[in-house]
Design a protein around this ligand. Structure first.
Ligand code: K7E
Ligand code: CUA
Length: 650
């Protein structure tokens, strides 16, 4: 039966291909049984790679396995997430604080895994919030968001969050230029008054803690994407720009006037030295820095009031412009650090700049004018080559570590494989449909794992059974181990994945955390001993110190709560086994349930509005007696004299 199905599918596929007149997909195409074997991970077996896909407007990050395309987890980052209670629990609410108040959503685009010597080290993954500019750091042993720093003087935090070769910095560039500092001024005075900030956020090598070290205040262009130099170009960072016209309206026309925009090359080591020697100007500002402490299980917000800004003209030799056609989007650096690829989305050819030639041109002071005092290098002097791709709408490029690059073409819906150095096109395969980013595990590091490429498509159409007008986006896996790419699988993704990051499973799986140790729990409201449960009234605030173990809450009966009280349930999960969470939910609560991992404490607030006896229960099916895992709270009128008491088994 199974063989029969495959046969039918293969014949169907072959007919379709013939009728579409597509010659470039061999009979060994997507639906052949050899392709099926390549993605088949048998029950009980595990995937070879982790893939972290940005969630776009879901604000989160999803974790998949490659090659199976199975989704393992959604990690909440910038959005409230009722599945775990992230952003609803008292402990995690501060993670979403910003200078604009509590912002429980964002648009997450570019995850990047920490590196040591330019190779993935698997400690953390970073991702940007595009809308209310933020950078998040996620711990890759707990798969939890540990830190979110807001980026002041930024708007549309898009050329982010990319890290330098030793994770010295996570870099965040602004897409929109804005008045800096923000002020009330006419929009049509944009030109030469607005500025674009490029932020360098240092990463503590031990704990990963983030600190906004300096902000480079650049001319008022749009800074679209960026990547670090690596190897020989370590110490530099490259940013694509568009709207060098500095238009402020009808951008689709007005920001496409110039034949060439720029890639900005920033020597951050030079600027770091300048600020370490006291350079830069402190500017008053206001931004949130939110840190989750794994020992107290609690996040805190610190509002920062100052930022160190740097005028590029004060650091000669730090910033240059490389002319690049035409409204470039992706900015990618090859594993050797020699080539900087600018994908002009309105151009058919890819422009590849040479780092060596750039340095020679700088040393020879061969400039082609300047923009706001920043020297412009001559296009011909820095050009390494052009890829005559034949495709339309190039967006992003990744590398396989074997001398090849893979570029996505949004308009012509394809991935094109080409060779670094010869600029020859080797292969092209269609995508379904309109691909944005693509990802090879380690594909933006010195050591890519060039076995699979994942293409993330913007349009799904007929790839899956229809689900009404809204379809999940579609990703596709290609086997790239041979000369030609082979499409081997389609899988749906969540939100709108832009970029993704991947790494070998063995980098993360062995160190993945299994439980939180109860004897290390420093939460101030934790119940760490079986007898520690209690209920304490402080005015109209009531603190319930509650514990859970299969299959009951302690206490499970509470009386003496009154309408108008604010009841804090601080719940500690006393399990110390892997994968035994308990949940908690209270009727009428204006937040979400909580999912509490073994050894962890989380807090849920409930403000009872009605007199009665109200139940709570465990939301996670934790044992055969999970349905018995429940309790009652008696709520009396505001003026009642019912004594506060709690019990279990009475
Ligand atoms: Cu091209 Cu935000 Cu990286 Cu989407 S961006 S595709
Ligand atoms: Cu605990 Cu269900």
């Amino acid at each position: 039966m199974k063989i029969h199905n495959y046969l039918m599918m293969s014949i169907g596929a072959a007919l379709m291909l013939v009728s579409c007149g597509q010659q470039n997909q061999s009979s060994n195409g997507a639906l052949s049984s050899s392709a099926a074997e390549k993605v088949y991970v048998a029950p009980g077996e595990q995937d070879e790679f982790y893939a972290f896909l940005s969630g776009g407007y879901s604000g989160n990050l999803t974790v998949y396995g490659l090659p199976s395309g199975r989704m393992f987890k959604e990690i909440p980052v910038f959005s409230q997430f009722p599945t775990s209670g992230y952003g609803y629990s008292e402990e995690t609410k501060p993670m979403l604080n910003t200078s604009h108040g509590f912002v429980p959503w964002d648009d997450a685009h570019h995850p990047d895994i920490s590196q040591t010597n330019g190779e993935l080290d698997g400690r953390w993954i970073f991702i940007n919030g595009n809308n209310t500019p933020r950078i998040a750091r996620i711990n890759l042993s707990t798969f939890e968001t540990e830190e979110i720093i807001e980026v002041p003087n930024s708007a549309g935090n898009h050329s982010s969050s990319f890290i330098t070769e030793n994770t010295e910095y996570v870099v965040a560039g602004t897409r929109f230029s804005v008045p800096i500092p923000q002020r009330d001024m006419p929009i049509n005075e944009y030109k030469s008054n607005f500025k674009g900030s490029l932020s360098f956020i240092s990463v503590d090598p031990e704990h990963g803690h983030l600190d906004l070290k300096f902000q480079l205040l650049m001319p008022g262009f749009n800074y679209d994407l960026s990547h670090p130099g690596r190897g020989k170009s370590h110490g530099w960072f490259f940013f694509t720009t568009y709207n060098t016209e500095e238009a402020h309206t009808l951008q689709e026309v007005n920001a496409s006037q110039n034949d060439k925009d720029f890639i900005a090359a920033v020597n951050w080591k030079k600027i770091e030295e300048y600020v370490n020697n006291g350079g830069g100007t402190k500017m008053p500002t206001n931004y949130a820095h939110n840190v989750y402490d794994e020992s107290t299980h609690m996040a805190t917000t610190t509002m920062k009031k100052e930022v160190l800004t740097v005028d590029p003209l004060k650091v000669p030799g730090a910033v240059y412009f490389l002319p690049t056609p035409k409204s470039p989007h992706g900015c990618d650096v090859d594993p050797t650090g020699q080539y900087i690829i600018g994908n002009g989305k309105l151009s058919a050819d890819l422009t590849v700049h040479s780092f060596d030639k750039m340095i020679a041109a700088i040393e020879g002071e061969k400039f082609d004018g300047e923009a706001y005092g920043i020297p412009i290098l001559k296009f011909e002097d820095v050009l390494a080559g052009q890829v005559k791709s034949g495709g339309l709408g190039p967006l992003h490029t990744e590398f396989d570590g074997k001398g090849n690059a893979y570029t996505t073409f949004f308009i012509s819906s394809e991935v094109v494989k080409w060779q670094l150095g010869t600029w020859e096109v080797i292969d092209r395969k269609p995508t379904y449909y309109s691909v944005g980013h693509l990802m090879i595990p380690g594909g933006n590091s010195r050591k890519p794992f060039g076995k699979y490429v994942v293409a993330m498509n913007k349009i799904t159409k007929d790839r899956y059974l229809p689900t009404g007008p809204e379809m999940e986006h579609s990703a596709q896996i290609y086997d790239i181990s041979g000369e030609k790419m082979e499409l081997i699988y389609d899988f749906p993704t969540h939100g709108e994945p832009h970029y993704a990051a991947g790494c070998p499973a063995e980098l993360l799986a062995p160190k993945s955390k299994k439980i939180y140790r109860l004897d290390e729990n420093k939460h101030p409201y934790a119940v760490t001993s079986p007898t520690g449960s209690k209920v304490v009234r402080e005015g109209n605030e009531v603190h319930v110190y509650m514990s859970t173990i299969r299959s009951h809450f302690t206490p499970d009966n509470i009386e003496g709560i009154k309408v108008g009280d604010k009841v804090y349930f601080h719940i500690t999960n006393h399990e110390q086994d892997f994968d035994v969470p308990h949940g908690f939910a209270m009727i009428g609560q204006n937040s979400s349930e909580l999912l509490i991992m073994p050894g962890q404490t989380k807090t849920s607030v409930w403000e009872p509005k009605q007199v009665g006896v109200w139940p709570f229960y465990c939301t996670d099916f934790c044992s055969a007696l999970h349905q018995e895992m429940q309790g009652y709270v008696r709520v009396s009128p505001a003026n009642s004299n019912v004594e506060l008491k709690w019990s279990l088994g009475e």
